[in-house]
Design a binder for this molecule. Structure first.
Ligand SMILES: [Fe+2]
Length: 68
């Protein structure tokens, strides 16, 4: 356990067996300045990035536009 108000790690960091982040009193929980990659999925407020669906569209060869 590290109990410190701030920790800076300057090298590549590998974390095994999970990571939980509690925002505490901050409105920003985590900020990344680079691309975030996962081999599985990202779930935001219960919505899967990989498996979510869009309403009011018809299945076909066309693609939807970018999110607005
Ligand atoms: Fe989408």
């Amino acid at each position: 356990m590290i109990n410190s108000p701030q920790v800076t790690i300057t090298g590549h960091t590998q974390i095994s067996n999970g990571l939980n982040v509690d925002a505490g009193t901050s409105s920003d929980c985590a900020t990344f300045t680079g691309t975030i990659k996962t081999t599985v999925d990202v779930i935001a407020d219960g919505k899967s990035l990989v498996h979510h669906v869009h309403g009011n569209v018809t299945t076909g060869a066309s693609q939807t536009g970018q999110p607005v």
